[in-house]
Ligand binder design. Structure first.
Ligand SMILES: [Zn+2]
Ligand SMILES: [Zn+2]
Length: 119
């Protein structure tokens, strides 16, 4: 992503996060395209399981720095601050472990959100 492009979508995303509508981000075409790219990059393997020497199919692309905290990194594969991955392919159980706040919300909200929604 280059900076010229960043200008176009970031204010929109920030406004969505502010009003609690960030789920709509996951239907953006450019997110879907980028997500497919990241999964290919990771061979559809959960990178957190892989780090522990296990193989598990990864179906979710997770924001290491959460979307709500760093909307500016929403479409960055790499974190410019750390040089580490910002978008990473994970399996469902690893993803749930990364989002304890979502599980809490699920208790009170209906219907239950799908894993896909919380990429
Ligand atoms: Zn995993
Ligand atoms: Zn996530």
């Amino acid at each position: 992503m280059d900076d010229k492009q960043t200008g176009a979508w970031l204010p929109r995303l920030e406004a969505m996060v502010e009003s609690g509508d960030e789920a709509a981000f996951y239907s953006w075409r450019r997110w879907r395209r980028l997500r497919a790219y990241v999964r290919k990059l990771d061979n559809n393997e959960c990178q957190l399981c892989k780090a522990k020497g296990r193989y598990r199919r990864g179906t979710i692309v997770h924001h290491v720095k959460h979307l709500q905290d760093r909307p500016d990194l929403a479409l960055s594969i790499w974190d410019p601050d750390t040089g580490e991955r910002q978008l990473v392919t994970v399996c469902k159980s690893c993803h749930e472990a990364e989002h304890p706040e979502v599980l809490r919300h699920q208790d009170v909200k209906k219907p239950p959100v799908t894993a896909e929604r919380w990429d």
